[in-house]
Design a protein around this ligand. Structure first.
Ligand code: IPE
Ligand code: MG
Length: 232
C-alpha cells in the first residue's frame, strides 16, 4: 500500500477484458469470467484496507443480455458461486452488500444469493459494496422517473437532490473515481448520473490481470488530479 493524500470516497469499476484474457490463452470465454470474478474480492478488500468507503462493481449490464445464452448462464452461475464463497469473508470485515439494477429480471437462484448476501450484511457499518447486476444507467433514470411520478411529487419539488434520492444509489455519494480495465474508453451506460464529475482512470490491463499494483497506480493518479467541479 502507498501513502496517498486524497483518497476517493466512492470508486466504481468496469471490469472489462475477461473474454480477451481467455481467448489469448486459447481458453473458453467463461474461463476468463471465472478468473475475473474471482479477482473481485481481493480488489474490494484492498480498497477497504485503503479506507475507501464505497465500491460499485459492474457485474452484468442491461445490455449484456445481447450475449450468447450459454455465456450469460455460465456467468450467472459463476457470480452465484462467488457471492456464496466471498460474501461471508467480506462480512467478517464489516462490508455491507447492496444491489443496484433490476434484480427481479435475474434468475430466481441468483436473486436469492444476492438477497441473502444483503440480508447477512445489512447491519454492517463498514465499506459499502454495490453489486451492479442487470444494471443500466438509462434504465436507472427511467425507474427513478417512474417512481417520482407514482409518488405524485409536485414538479417544483423535483431538484437534483430529490432526483438522486430516487436512484438505486440513494444515500450514497457520487462516484469520485471510475476505473475501467480492458483498453476500452467508454462509460457503457454505467452510473451515468453519478459519474457526472468523476475522475476516469482507463488502463489496458485486462481485468483478470488487474492487481494491487494497478489499484495503487489508479489511486496515485487520482490523488494527483485537481478537482475543481467547474469552478476556477
Ligand atoms: C467483462 O469482460 C465482463 C462482463 C461484461 C460481464 P468481457 O466479457 O466484456 O471481456 P472482453 O471485452 O470480451 O474481453
Ligand atoms: Mg468487454
Amino acid at each position: 500500500m502507498k501513502d496517498i493524500k486524497h483518497l476517493p470516497v466512492h470508486v466504481a469499476i468496469v471490469p472489462d477484458g475477461n473474454g480477451r484474457w481467455a481467448e489469448r490463452r486459447g481458453l473458453p470465454r467463461l474461463m476468463g469470467h471465472r478468473a475475473g470474478v474471482r479477482k473481485m474480492r481481493a480488489i474490494c478488500e484492498y480498497l477497504d484496507d485503503y479506507g475507501v468507503k464505497c465500491v460499485t462493481l459492474y457485474g452484468f449490464s442491461s445490455e449484456n443480455w445481447g450475449r450468447p445464452k450459454e455465456e450469460i448462464a455460465g456467468l450467472f452461475q459463476i457470480l452465484k458461486e462467488r457471492i456464496e464463497k466471498d460474501v461471508p469473508k467480506l462480512h467478517e470485515r464489516g462490508v455491507k452488500v447492496r444491489h443496484i439494477g433490476r434484480l427481479h429480471q435475474l434468475p430466481d437462484w441468483l436473486q436469492q444469493s444476492v438477497t441473502s448476501a444483503m440480508e447477512l450484511t445489512k447491519d454492517n457499518t463498514g465499506m459499502v459494496l454495490n453489486l451492479a447486476f442487470n444494471y443500466g444507467g438509462k434504465v436507472e433514470i427511467v425507474d427513478a422517473v417512474r417512481r417520482i411520478v407514482a409518488d405524485r411529487v409536485p414538479p417544483e419539488k423535483i431538484d437534483e437532490k430529490l432526483f438522486s434520492s430516487y436512484l438505486y444509489t440513494a444515500g450514497l455519494p457520487d462516484v469520485d473515481l471510475l476505473i475501467r480495465t480492458g483498453d476500452e474508453l467508454r462509460l457503457s451506460n454505467f452510473l451515468i448520473w453519478q459519474t457526472a464529475y468523476s475522475e476516469y482512470y482507463f488502463t489496458d490491463v485486462l481485468w483478470p490481470d488487474f492487481g494491487k499494483k494497478d489499484i495503487d497506480k489508479a489511486l496515485i493518479v487520482y490523488s494527483q488530479r485537481e478537482r475543481r467541479f467547474g469552478a476556477l
